[in-house]
Design a protein around this ligand. Structure first.
Ligand code: NAP
Length: 314
């Protein structure tokens, strides 16, 4: 029979790694299961400047998360890389079934986070990885000296647009309104950057290009409905299109099992879901602010609640 862990943490972003650190430090036998790379959203974020105490020169999402991973490991949290396909969460022993095996625990902390919302234009799927990207840190270097477009008007779009200016010749932010949602301090930096231009009241309607390389798109004015075609510069033959229009929750696995609101898991202030012994932390839960600092706080609370729950079982 599989080992019964005290706690299984599903997901290794800031909330999951913090939960792993706190659970391990409380001497709970802890397993962190992650399907991809550690870090979640911040693994693909270039600059982190609002995590308290973060003053290190050159700190990026990956460097911050590497230290979080080390810290969780130091306190004894075990790791496995697997994709969980189904869960049985009722009762004193929870079961998670993955591609590689079954995992059992007395308590489960769901920290599966969120993933980028698709741009929503025609032909999008065909050009993902062939001009369309959702990760500037991963793909900016492919667009060295090319033109790049960024869709979105929030913190992510504007910050990543600034990062892209280190590589691209010109970066144009396409936003559906005439005012950015991003924090004022971030906006000011973007407006002062000579490589950044703006297309206001605009959405991308369709993308295209020969040989499956993005070189053409049709944009639509949201006020007038007017359609305009943008072609890649003839010498370039292609351009980049980065989507940063918010996130969608990674919660499909829990549909019909755990209480949710618009796909996000409902918890109380102590991260309890509607199922005893099951907690949710970080971007996956209903909350007002999705930041590294709030994700980390959720993870700590969830782990301490799991500890109380397990102590009261015996
Ligand atoms: P966000 O704040 O939700 O902004 C999404 C942007 O995309 C908005 O400007 C929105 O337009 C636009 N949008 C949404 N759906 C669209 C659609 N279908 N078509 C075109 N545009 C669409 O998302 P985010 O920037 O990814 O940030 C997510 C969370 O992470 C936020 O809480 C953010 O504060 C946080 N974050 C923080 C930092 C930081 O603090 N440094 C950096 C990155 C992310 P409207 O404005 O018209 O709604």
């Amino acid at each position: 029979m599989s080992k019964i862990y005290d706690v299984i943490v599903l997901g290794a972003g800031p909330s999951g790694l913090t939960a792993g650190l706190y659970a391990g430090r409380s001497r709970l036998s802890t397993l962190i299961i992650e399907k991809g790379q550690d870090g979640g959203q911040i693994a693909i974020t270039d600059e982190i400047e609002n995590y308290p105490g973060q003053q290190l020169e050159g700190e990026s999402g990956p460097s911050l998360v590497a230290r979080m991973t080390e810290q969780a490991k130091k306190f004894g949290a075990e790791r496995v890389s697997d994709v969980i396909k189904s869960v049985e969460l009722e009762g004193p022993v929870k079961k998670l079934v993955g591609n590689k095996g079954e995992y059992l625990a007395k308590a489960v902390i769901i920290a599966t986070g969120a993933f980028p919302r698709p741009i929503g234009c025609k032909n999008e799927a065909k050009y993902v990885g062939k001009g369309i990207s959702f990760c500037a840190t991963c793909d900016a270097a492919f667009f060295e000296d090319f033109e790049v477009y960024v869709v979105g008007g929030g913190d992510a779009a504007v910050e990543e647009a600034m990062y892209l200016t280190k590589f691209a010749r010109k970066v144009t932010i396409i936003h559906r309104r005439d005012e950015l949602r991003a924090a004022k301090s971030i906006q000011e930096k973007a407006f002062a950057n000579p490589k950044i231009a703006f297309l206001w009241d605009t959405v991308v309607d369709e993308v295209g290009g020969e040989d499956d390389i993005l070189s053409r798109m049709v944009i639509k004015n949201t006020k007038t409905g007017e359609l305009t075609t943008i072609e890649a510069d003839e010498d370039d033959g292609m351009f980049g299109l980065f989507g940063f229009i918010g996130l969608l929750p990674n919660s499909k696995l829990f549909e019909g099992i755990i209480d949710m609101e618009s796909g996000y898991i409902r918890t109380d202030d102590n991260m309890h879901t509607n199922i005893p012994g099951v907690y949710a932390a970080g971007d996956i839960r209903v909350k007002s602010l999705r930041q590294v600092v709030t994700a980390a706080a959720d993870g700590a609370i969830a782990a301490m609640q799991a500890e109380h729950y397990i102590a009261n079982m015996q």
